[in-house]
Ligand binder design. Structure first.
Ligand code: ZN
Length: 156
C-alpha cells in the first residue's frame, strides 16, 4: 500500500479501523458524486475488462476533479492480494496489483492527494468508502494495516 516495505515495527500505519478513519473529512460534492456513480456500476462485477473500465472511468473523473494527472497501471489477472499496489509520486503512477480492490484504489488516490502519510491516505480513502459504500463499509474487518471486506459476497 506504500511504496516502501516498512510496515512491521513502526507505527507508520494505523492499528485500528477507528484510528485509520481519523477525524471527519468533508469531501467535494463532485468527488462524492463520482465515487457514488462508480459504486452504482458495481465495480466488483463483470469481466476483468469490464471492471478495469469502471476503475479507469473513476480514475479519469478524479483526475478532472482534482486537476492532477497520475496514470494508473493495472497489472496481473485481477486475483490475489492487492497489498502490492502502490503510488509512485516520482513517476506519478498508481499501480494496482492483485484483485481489483476499491479500497486499495481509493487508498492510492489518498496518497496522490495527501502525500506519503499512511494515516492521511487511510483517512481519505476509508472516509470516502464509508460514505459511498456504506453496506460494504459496515462489514469491514481490520487486518494488519488495512481494511478487508468482512465477507466474500460482493454486494453493495
Ligand atoms: Zn499506503
Amino acid at each position: 500500500m506504500s511504496n516502501h516495505p516498512l510496515m512491521s515495527n513502526f507505527p507508520l500505519y494505523p492499528t485500528s479501523l477507528q484510528q485509520a478513519l481519523g477525524d471527519p473529512l468533508v469531501f467535494r460534492p463532485s468527488t462524492l458524486k463520482a465515487v457514488r456513480a462508480f459504486a452504482a456500476t458495481k465495480p466488483w462485477r463483470g469481466t476483468l475488462d469490464d471492471r478495469q473500465s469502471k476503475f479507469q472511468k473513476l480514475h479519469a473523473d478524479l483526475c478532472a476533479i482534482y486537476s492532477v494527472s497520475p496514470t494508473v497501471a493495472i497489472e496481473g489477472d485481477g486475483t490475489g492480494d492487492s497489498g502490492g499496489s502502490c503510488f509512485q509520486p516520482g513517476a506519478n503512477v498508481i499501480t494496482l496489483r492483485g484483485r481489483l480492490s476499491v479500497i486499495t484504489f481509493l487508498h492510492e488516490w489518498g496518497h496522490v492527494l495527501k502525500g506519503s502519510s499512511e494515516f492521511e491516505a487511510c483517512r481519505w480513502s476509508l472516509r470516502l468508502f464509508q460514505k459511498c459504500f456504506p453496506r460494504s463499509f459496515a462489514r469491514l474487518r481490520w487486518e494488519g494495516h488495512v481494511g478487508r471486506r468482512g465477507d466474500r459476497t460482493e454486494s453493495e
